[in-house]
Design a protein around this ligand. Structure first.
Ligand SMILES: CC(C)(COP(=O)(O)OP(=O)(O)OC[C@H]1O[C@@H](n2cnc3c(N)ncnc32)[C@H](O)[C@@H]1OP(=O)(O)O)[C@@H](O)C(=O)NCCC(=O)NCCS
Length: 175
């Protein structure tokens, strides 16, 4: 992690972000949803990890809501991408940590993720059973739906997470 700094991305970082995702996700095209979120979702947090001035990692925190509590301040983490040559050096963990700190100081109470529990569990995420994802998940994805609580106040149970338009595509929530 020597010489790596994290900051919010700027419009001039977009070409580097567009190059990063295909290298980190060679089998998945996340650029359409990443582009739509970056362009059209108010209040998002887009953080980049930079080595000198090169982008080596990126994460988006998207503001979300609960269908049972209009005042709930929630967020959803994916996607997270680290350039293959920079993986396993703590970059992804540092991006998550920085984002969670900013979410907490911004009043967000819970952050959700659909991802590998073996990885996100290291950053405090636990299986989420009270707040359902926007679309039903296949059985093999159940453990992948997780959240980390940033506040002691529990959310009402039996709620569903509502997400901004770019994430309202069932194909993004299935295998
Ligand atoms: C997953 C990813 C974001 C991790 O970023 P990273 O900077 O390499 O991760 P860190 O250095 O913070 O943590 C690495 C540790 O997590 C572990 N790890 C990485 N991916 C893991 C996974 N899917 N499951 C469990 N552990 C994992 C590594 O084994 C390593 O542990 P070790 O140091 O004890 O060996 C990165 O590998 C990546 O971009 N992968 C491709 C895209 C992807 O899958 N993104 C996540 C889904 S949104």
């Amino acid at each position: 992690m020597l010489g790596i700094h994290i900051r919010e991305t700027r419009p001039q970082d977009i070409p580097a972000i567009q190059a990063l995702y295909p290298s980190a996700f060679p089998d998945e095209d996340l650029l359409p949803v990443v582009g739509q979120v970056l362009e059209g979702v108010p209040g998002l947090l887009s953080l980049g990890a930079f080595q000198r001035e090169s982008l080596i990692g990126h994460v988006i925190f998207t503001p979300c809501a609960s269908d049972a509590d209009a005042d709930a301040e929630l967020s959803m983490l994916p996607p997270l991408a680290v350039a293959p040559a920079s993986q396993r050096q703590g970059v992804g963990t540092a991006l998550i940590r920085e984002g969670l700190e900013r979410m907490k100081s911004g009043g967000v109470t819970q952050v959700f993720v659909l991802g590998d529990p073996g990885y996100y569990g290291r950053s405090g995420f636990k299986p989420e059973t009270s707040i359902a994802p926007p679309y039903p998940l296949p059985d093999e994805y159940r453990d992948a739906w997780q959240s980390v609580s940033l506040d002691a106040a529990p959310l009402p149970t039996s709620a569903t997470l509502t997400v901004p338009a770019p994430w309202r595509d069932p194909a993004l929530w299935g295998p």
